[in-house]
Write a protein that binds this ligand. Structure first.
Ligand SMILES: [Zn+2]
Length: 492
């Protein structure tokens, strides 16, 4: 599509979006919730290596759009609170995530289950701490690594600040939920990038996708919107440039916020590990997909039948599941890998040798984070760590009926790809090839899909027990629920 036509479409979409967002259709209702929001700019203020692609050869040189951490606090009628944090970043390693959650807990009293960190997985953000370490191991000089470490330190405080500000600004609001749609995500394992336009025209796009756009919206007593949460299952990989950018999720959030003063729009990535925005690689496409996603949200907000009220209270559970690897290399095999012709195999082996030298064995399992929130009696919101393929969302939506089921990937700790049994058996990048870039020592066990789905279902059901035991007051407790920050309960 020519660039001027694309620009006209984006402009037309903006006009539609503004009209939709300003449509005051909802009848007045007594707000029973309190909602607070905050945004903190996390665009690096010095040159920094960019995350997501191994092929980059130098640090960022410009900015297409600012990067943000956005926080939204919910408080139910009984005073129970949850805070969603949305970050324009590729992901985060477990250590940094734990440090942030512990700092938030110490300063706000939130339990681990009440805080969810969601990463947009933009590939136009900075390297974050030790995330994807083999990609950069021994490739950066001391000054470059020092800037990465300083950024991680500053980010920790910025996230804490955003959460505190959101909690400080709790105000009465109504909560509404609905589901929109956007169709630019395509299964990247089953559709060649060069063929996608033709396949779409012929209605022959292959493979599973999830085109739902779940929406949660907080409405002020004066009818304006204070906060919008929206999800989509697709890699944020339109761009591979050297400029900071939130990619399509960043443009979608910017679009929603620019059309409604003081509204904060929080994106969460769904199970889009095997989905790409196609076609891609042009700035106007990132803007166009952002506009499409924002319109998908705005259409839900504008139609009376599109939104349902959220009634009831909050409940939350968090657990860490010891997720098994299929096999772990011996020390001899690691030493062999350290001589590999592949730079990333060598980097992973070097990191493993450092670990072995301290007397620690290579782990046979990974403490995999799962989290479930109930938003009133209407929505169950599941947060899974890692790059989760779309099969998980489709399976969990069908396994957990009776409420709207939303499934976020890229939540709390992005430690690896999380293939389904099908994708694991098929192999390829998402099925095991990508493990080297995250530094985990082997492929996942074929049981991981069953273990994760069973653990999520068990955790969700434990929220029911929580209600029975605690008389409706949401606390961390019950089977499989981790009551402490950073300490996992071992699920069966
Ligand atoms: Zn990815």
């Amino acid at each position: 599509m020519p660039a001027d036509v694309t620009r006209d479409l984006i402009k037309l979409g903006r006009c539609l979006l503004l009209c939709l967002l300003l449509t005051p259709w909802l009848s007045a209702a007594e707000p029973t919730w309190r909602v607070g929001v905050a945004r903190v700019n996390i665009t690096p203020d010095e040159p920094l290596w960019m995350a997501g692609y191994a092929s980059r050869t130098h640090e960022a040189v410009g900015t297409f759009c600012e990067l943000w951490v956005r926080a939204c606090a919910l408080e139910d009628p009984d005073g129970e609170r949850n805070v969603l944090v949305s970050l324009d970043l590729v992901g985060m390693d477990r250590t940094l995530s734990q440090l942030i959650c512990q700092a938030v807990s110490a300063q706000t009293g939130l339990r681990r289950s009440q805080l969810a960190l969601c990463f947009s997985h933009t590939h136009s953000g900075p390297v974050v701490g030790r995330n994807l370490e083999p990609l950069h191991y021994r490739q950066l000089d001391a000054a470059q690594q020092g800037r990465i470490d300083r950024y991680a330190d500053r980010l920790r405080q910025q996230v804490v600040d955003a959460v505190r500000q959101a909690l400080d600004q709790l105000q009465p609001a109504e909560l509404w939920w609905g589901t929109g749609r956007a169709t630019f995500a395509a299964n990247r394992r089953q559709n060649a990038e060069s063929d996608i336009t033709r396949l779409r025209e012929m209605g022959q796009v292959q493979g599973p996708s999830d085109h739902d756009v779940p929406v949660l919206a907080a409405r002020n007593p004066d009818g304006t919107w204070r906060a919008v949460w929206f999800g989509y299952a697709c890699h944020a990989t339109v761009l591979d440039d050297y400029s900071w950018c939130g990619d399509y999720p960043g443009y979608a959030a910017q679009e929603l916020e620019s059309n409604q003063a003081n509204c904060v729009a929080l994106f969460w990535a769904g199970c889009g590990a095997d989905q790409n925005p196609l076609p891609r690689r042009r700035l106007e496409l990132a803007q166009q997909y952002g506009a499409q996603l924002a319109q998908g949200v705005a259409q839900v907000l504008a139609v009376p039948a599109g939104l349902q009220p959220v009634r009831g209270g909050l409940r939350s559970g968090y657990a860490e599941l010891p997720l098994p690897l299929d096999r772990v290399p011996t020390a001899d095999q690691v030493r062999q890998a350290a001589e590999s012709a592949d730079r990333y195999e060598r980097a992973r082996a070097a990191l493993q040798l450092e670990q072995l030298a301290t007397g620690q064995a290579l782990p046979a399992t990974y403490p995999y984070p799962i989290q479930v929130w109930r938003l009133g009696d209407q929505v169950q919101f599941i947060f899974l760590g890692g790059e989760v393929v779309v099969d998980y969302a489709l399976t969990l939506k069908s396994a957990l009926r009776g409420r709207a089921t939303w499934v976020a990937g890229y939540a709390n700790d992005v430690m690896a790809y999380i293939p389904s049994r099908r994708v694991l058996a098929e192999g390829g990048y998402e099925g095991g090839g990508a493990m080297v870039y995250y530094g985990l020592p082997g492929p996942w066990s074929p049981d991981v899909e069953r273990l994760i789905v069973d653990a999520v279902v068990g955790l969700e059901r434990s929220l029911e027990d929580q209600h029975a035991v605690d008389g409706g007051e949401a606390v961390d407790g019950g089977a499989g629920v981790d009551p402490h920050v950073g300490q996992g309960v071992r699920l069966p």
